[in-house]
Design a protein around this ligand. Structure first.
Ligand code: ADP
Ligand code: MG
Length: 458
């Protein structure tokens, strides 16, 4: 056995250990050490680990160890969110696969021509790595046969869900035999991932290398401020904590509009949500907030009901909540998924009695005098949202939109954020500096063979 290589603890072929040594893989990373024993046993595994933790090699070693080179059929399928990631995964797997001759790894991604892929598929492959839309395209055409797949991997599952791929993934998986090993990797673990894991895996082993804080950690700050200075105090609070996304709660619909407008006047990006909005306006606002095209949502309790927002960095009680339950409910929206969150409550001198209702020992009462005004402070969102006037009813899928934007590789996959597809409309978040390019590209592109109206939400 190769000495000093702790991969040697695993039941791996000697030649593979040598290759791993040559790649400089001497020690297993935590996610590899925890997952590989189960993966090699053939168990289903769902693993959460942060980026750069070596997840690719974890499943790559697993599927290669099981591969039978003589059986020239697709034995492993890896589904990735973008072409860039699929190429990275392919390159890492090809490196590890050098321990044995003639292992064929094929990528099948959107944004490139179909024809050459058909040719490669006719030549055959052992391992296919692809993006959901293109894989489904081949399956629909009958050019991809997954009947011999033994290992199915979903890499960066959270990102795939963000991009709106869940239905496509389910469809692709319907072509893979039920008797298989399914491995799911994700950096974050929202409820949707758990649902997905549940629907495609069989008693999976759960691996988590991210140490989660025991409970959600919400730091609660209270600021006493005269009513007429509330807005100014809010601006100072934002300047002090510099949150990335915030919900500001107030008690009336009129206020939501006023506060959002005042904030925008101060170069702080904000949108109001309240019961007066038409359904389509409400969707526009929520989509923008969820896909990072809007930094602050100014909401009433009613309008914010049922919102499940991940990674919310701050909640502000602009007006005092009317009960302990409402308080707990409001602040519980921050610090999801083990992240730290901040809850700030503003109150007037006359409201001190009401504050005592929410009191607990962990709360910190700060003096407004400690807040300074930073004239240069501004909040601008990372993304801008493009709307396409076509959706599920037009059979548009996330892969179609992604393919249209990333074709010719003019816009890099990572600049594209969440894709939301509704019945008659679709939304795609694009990094600010690429929005003009994306608009021009989509304006002149056909999606599902049709030209759809598109516009930018501003
Ligand atoms: P993740 O998918 O978890 O974000 P990757 O699988 O892309 O991370 O791995 C990040 C980097 O670490 C890659 O360059 C990979 O080659 C390298 N790597 C993976 N496993 C090991 C290891 N055991 N020892 C050293 N480097 C490793
Ligand atoms: Mg990865």
């Amino acid at each position: 056995m190769s000495k000093g290589n702790d991969f040697a603890k695993l039941a791996l072929p000697e030649a593979m250990l040598k290759t791993l040594g040559a790649l400089g893989f001497d020690e297993m990373t935590p996610v590899q050490a925890q997952s590989l024993p189960y993966i090699l046993e053939g168990k289903d595994v769902v693993a959460q680990a942060k980026t750069g933790s070596g997840k690719t090699a974890a499943f790559g070693i697993g599927l290669l160890a099981k591969l039978n080179v003589k059986n020239f059929r697709i034995q492993s399928l890896v589904i990735c969110p973008t072409r860039e990631l699929a190429e990275q995964v392919a390159s890492e797997i090809r490196n590890i696969a050098k321990f044995q001759h003639n292992i064929k790894v094929l990528t099948l991604c959107g944004g490139v021509a179909f024809g050459p892929q058909l040719g490669s598929l006719r030549h055959g492959a052992h391992i296919v790595i692809g993006t959901p839309g293109r894989l489904l395209g081949h399956l629909n055409k009958g050019s991809l046969n997954l009947e011999n797949t033994k290992t199915l991997v979903l890499d960066e599952a959270d990102r795939m869900l963000d991009m709106g791929f869940v239905e496509e993934i389910q469809k692709v998986i319907s072509y893979v035999p039920k008797q298989r090993q399914t491995l799911l990797f994700s950096a974050t673990f929202p409820d949707e991932i758990e649902d997905l894991a549940h629907s495609i895996q069989n008693n999976p082993i759960n691996i988590k290398t991210i140490t989660k804080e025991s409970a959600n950690k919400v730091s609660q700050y209270f600021y006493e401020t005269p009513s007429r200075q509330k807005l100014q105090t809010l601006v100072k609070i934002l300047g002090k904590y510099k949150p990335t996304n915030v919900i500001v709660f107030c008690n009336t619909k009129i206020q939501t509009n006023e506060i959002a407008k005042e904030l925008r006047n101060k170069n702080i990006d904000a949108l109001a949500i309240n019961g007066d909005l038409e359904q389509y306006e409400r969707v526009d606002v929520l989509v923008q907030f969820m896909n990072k095209s809007c930094c602050i949502l100014v909401a009433t309790d009613v309008a914010a009901r049922g919102l499940d927002i991940k990674e919310l960095s701050m909640v502000v009680n602009y007006d005092l909540p009317n009960s302990k339950e409402t308080y707990t409910h409001r602040i519980g929206r921050t610090a999801r998924a083990g992240q730290e969150g901040i809850a700030v409550t503003m109150f007037d001198e006359d409201e001190i009695d009401r504050i005592s209702e929410y009191k607990d020992d962990s709360q910190i009462f700060e003096n407004t005098k400690s807040l300074k005004i930073d004239k240069n402070f501004s909040m601008t969102p990372k993304n801008v949202t493009l709307v396409i006037e076509g959706g599920k009813k037009n059979k548009i899928r996330a892969g179609d939109i992604l393919g249209a934007i990333t074709k010719d590789a003019k816009i890099p996959g990572p600049s594209i954020g969440k894709i939301d597809i509704f019945d008659r409309q679709s939304y795609v978040a694009i990094e600010k500096n690429e929005i003009q390019n994306a608009y021009n590209l989509l304006k002149d592109s056909k999606i599902k063979g049709k030209n759809f109206s598109i516009w930018v939400l501003e």
